[in-house]
Design a binder for this molecule. Structure first.
Ligand SMILES: [Zn+2]
Ligand SMILES: [Zn+2]
Length: 408
């Protein structure tokens, strides 16, 4: 019996790899223009990094982490990459370089969730983190970069949803209002919401449980909740962000119930949704996390970032068909065929040859699947030093010298 890949994981096959390169290549170009540098952090970290960094009231930390013990150390496969990036930023004193420090990453993340369409236990994210700027201009830049990437990938009808969660001061007041409004209905909410009520009531707004949503709707709870009363500083920051987005012609809608699933956000949070293929799923989520660097032992450092799920992005894009190489050498003389292959590759061309001297008809069949041109190298060609080249698109056949082959 063959062993299969674990539940919730997927192989990325050669026929799919160009879809992944497309996202990575377009993203790299955009990041380069914006002077954002790549960072690669370990796939596992000390468990405490996520407990402190992601927050111990989140589903991620409570239910979804892959944690294991090695030599008495508790380690965890990273469920996201912001905490690891902040850890690296502090460990290597990246803040001593000129501010801001702008970083991007891509790679696999791990969360133990029930696998369903578009949700895997090992999934891939590409993301950006920017440190050291308080001004809302960097929040705007962050959103601008995400929108540019999604546009260049061909995603249309983007909706940017924004909200401000304020700072600890303005949030404290809001939490009280929230608790007062929700308290009479508390017994009807799910177990998670009941434990969130004391520890992090804001997260109740984010609950995916159907019963909770029904209860919210039936009692019109969302409309009863006023939006967060932002303090002067947070209010000004939010107004500035909206002004920047207006001037940049980035269309947005304000969603006062956008809270995001993580504990560390302050002030700006945002999600970008795409209407491609009729789906209304968020393809990008992010926000400001001014307290996280301090939480992880650094000095107060404003920061903002986003992440995109690459599986979800790919599911919204057209598939790219496999690329063909330029030449395939058809010959019953393997020595001459491999020598010609070497010469053509040295000139920068993709080239393969038939290893088994099969019948020419069989070799041509393989050539048509693999390459743009077949170079037929029979006895006569070898003796008289020319090449019969067949264009595999239109079946046109020509006798060419080596230099002429190079001009194809
Ligand atoms: Zn505030
Ligand atoms: Zn709930």
């Amino acid at each position: 019996m063959i062993i299969k890949a674990p539940k919730g994981t997927k192989d990325i096959l050669p026929s799919e790899i160009n879809d992944w390169y497309r996202i990575e290549n377009i993203a790299k170009e955009i990041f380069k223009k914006a002077n954002i540098k790549e960072i690669r952090t370990p796939i596992f970290e000390d468990t405490s990094l996520f407990e402190r960094g992601v927050g111990d009231t989140t589903d991620i930390v409570n239910k979804e982490m892959y944690t294991f013990i090695k030599s008495d150390r508790s380690l965890t496969l990273r469920p996201e990459n912001t905490a690891g990036t902040v850890r690296a930023y502090l460990e290597h004193n990246l803040y001593r370089e000129s501010q801001p420090v702008k970083l991007w990453y891509k790679g696999p993340m791990f969360r133990y969730e029930r696998p369903q369409a578009g949700r895997q236990r090992q999934f891939h994210q590409i993301g950006v983190e920017m440190f050291g700027v308080q001004d809302a201009s960097i929040d705007a830049e962050c959103i601008m970069i995400a929108v540019e990437l999604l546009n260049k990938l061909g995603l249309k009808d983007l909706t940017v949803e924004i909200n401000s969660l304020g700072c600890n001061t303005c949030r404290k007041e809001y939490k009280e209002v929230l608790k007062k409004t929700i308290a009479p209905f508390l017994s009807g909410l799910c177990q998670d919401c009941q434990s969130r009520f004391e520890k992090n009531p804001l997260r109740i707004l984010d609950c995916k449980n159907e019963e909770c949503n029904k209860l919210f709707e039936e009692n019109n709870l969302r409309n009863k909740l006023t939006t967060i009363n932002l303090c002067d500083e947070c209010g000004t920051h939010y107004e500035k962000l909206k002004k920047y987005l207006n001037e940049l012609n980035i269309k947005y809608v304000e969603n006062p119930f956008l809270v995001r699933g993580l504990d560390y956000y302050t002030k700006t949070v945002f999600e970008i949704k795409s209407n491609n293929l009729g789906s209304q799923n968020a393809v990008c989520g992010g926000g400001r996390y001014d307290g996280l660097v301090e939480t992880l032992g650094g000095s107060h450092t404003p920061a903002v970032g986003w992440a995109m799920g690459m599986e979800r992005l790919n599911s919204l894009l057209d598939k790219i068909s496999g690329e063909k190489i330029k030449f395939y050498v058809v010959s019953d003389n393997q020595l001459e065929a491999v020598k010609l292959t070497q010469k053509l590759r040295e000139q920068g061309f993709g080239c393969e040859f038939d290893y088994n001297s099969r019948k020419f008809a069989k070799q041509l069949e393989k050539a048509a699947k693999t390459a743009e041109y077949a170079i037929i190298l029979g006895e006569e060609e070898i003796k008289n030093n020319f090449y019969t080249v067949k264009n595999l698109n239109n079946s046109e056949q020509k006798k060419l010298s080596f230099d002429e082959v190079l001009t194809l």
